[in-house]
Ligand binder design. Sequence first.
Ligand code: SF4
Length: 337
Amino acid sequence: MKVIALVSGGLDSTLAARLIKDQGLEVIALNFKTPFCLCDRGKSPGCVSYSRKFSEELGMEFKVFSLGEEFLQIIENPKHGYGSNLNPCIDCRILKLRRAKEFMREAGASFIVTGEVIGQRPMSQHRQALNMIDKESGLEGFVLRPLSAQLLEETLPEKEGWVKREKLLNFNGRSRKPQMDLAEEFNIKDYPCPAGGCLLTDTEFSKKVKDLIKHSELSLNNIELLKAGRYFRFSRDAKLVVGRNERENARLENLAQEGDILFSPPEIAGPTALGRGVFSEELIKFSAEIVCRYCDLNGTHQATIAYRKAGTVPSGESPCLVVTAVDDNRISSVRIG
Ligand code: SF4
């Protein structure tokens, strides 16, 4: 019998998939990638890499589904509202389960396994929310949550004897200790997302996304911009993102679209910045002053900042401005997050 297990790269879903695999079922691991995955940032191997490695080690087929535009739609107007920040967890779970249901049918699988633990998250993991999520995704009775199954109503796979309920668990609440103990028992190490979650649970990042929503600018490219540096809003029509390291500087170059302006210091070390929208001469100068603020000024307050249209290569021909670094008060009046 085939089963679909949603794996996030977090410990809970890893344990849940393992418990079902250990009951002798054929498990297909399914990872959903959204533009807000935390593991994309920095040094961790990432949820996808970890989930793939774990799945391969256990001999499970592994699939990745990307959620893009449809995910943005639920952020803008989530039927079930937000969590503590801009995280629309209930709608997010419903969307993922609906996609998983389609895949379950295509793959000829019989039910779905998730790593949810009852009472662990205030918004989406209490009994009532779990029931509603199953109902709205059209999966009542078909979602097995092995870590808390003994505390939940029997699902179809338990009733039918496809899995042994007595081998499932009764984890409950916010403590991570039972999961840690089980991970040790299974010799599971180095999972990248101990408690799951995504960028939308972050207060500062949520402020930036709210700014995009307010200006009707929520798009995948703009979300990638938010992830690629410090974010400044000048007006309804103009914003600037300033890279914080070489990786982000390169990312901004890649994300630039026709009409964008790229700023960088040609003579000293400093960031790349991307301006998007309507930029007057005054705004170009202000942007250059902001870029100057983050340059390696070596004790001075001034720098030459070049700017050019996206799609052109930096050259001696690019126009330049000699500017003084903007002060902290002025910068905080336009910085978001
Ligand atoms: S934390 Fe993010 S990824 Fe997780 S359920 Fe909530 S919105 Fe979805």
